[in-house]
Design a protein around this ligand. Sequence first.
Ligand SMILES: [Zn+2]
Length: 274
Amino acid sequence: MLRFAVAGTPHSTPGSGGTIAGLKRTAELGLNAMEIEWVQRVPDNTEHIEQIGKLAYDLGITLTVHAPYYVNLNSREDDKLLASKKRILHALTMAEIMGAISVCVHAAFYLGHDAKDVFEQVRKATSSILKHKSKYFPTVNLAYETMGKPTQFGTLEEVLRISKEFDMYPCIDPAHLHARSNGALNSTKEWEEMFDTYADSLGKSALQHMHLHFSGIAYGPKGEKHHLPLQKSDAKWKDFIAVLHKKNIGGICVCESPLMEDDTLRMQKQYNHF
Ligand SMILES: [Zn+2]
């Protein structure tokens, strides 16, 4: 089963917003998934987190989390590296309490270092984060995301390789890969190959519980500029939806369009045509 998720509290949430009201609105809209955006900071209030988790469960809404942006597992400064690992661990711990299934993370910047060398740094940091898995986040997946700029760690190959090594699954963002390559990965054939590569690496059954992001995107030679509404971008999004259907992809597809729920519903509606 594939669920289409809104990326945060829907725009049309009445009142002053907030995650609780956002979940209720999400259910009203006919959506059954939400990515919780802890991109600036991870909350500390475990009671509130439990409340959010319970409501989502009662409403039949599956949750994923986006971890803070301020992370670089390739930092060569000890205090910054430690702070990055702590932020990820905190997000995973709170996600476990909330009942979320997967936490996506922008793992690292190359900072001019060799990609091989950066991979080693990310591997070391991942190993140290996962030492806490059984105690703090036994069921939550750590999902490294495919990234939109060539200066960022996160090619499809990199996130697959590290995920396979640590028995995790990545967050695949085809819009980021489209931007990173300055225009490739925007066709049925390329998306099918992408899912085949994924299955070759993590196994065919891994296609049943994916963590996906999708949106329109503006880009140039330096990769991603910013996200765009589906219909104001060059994304062949209807073709992408057809591939999701044909490949029988399951899990969560988070729509990261600036139009929020409007585009999430657009994707869901298109998917349900099949
Ligand atoms: Zn992201």
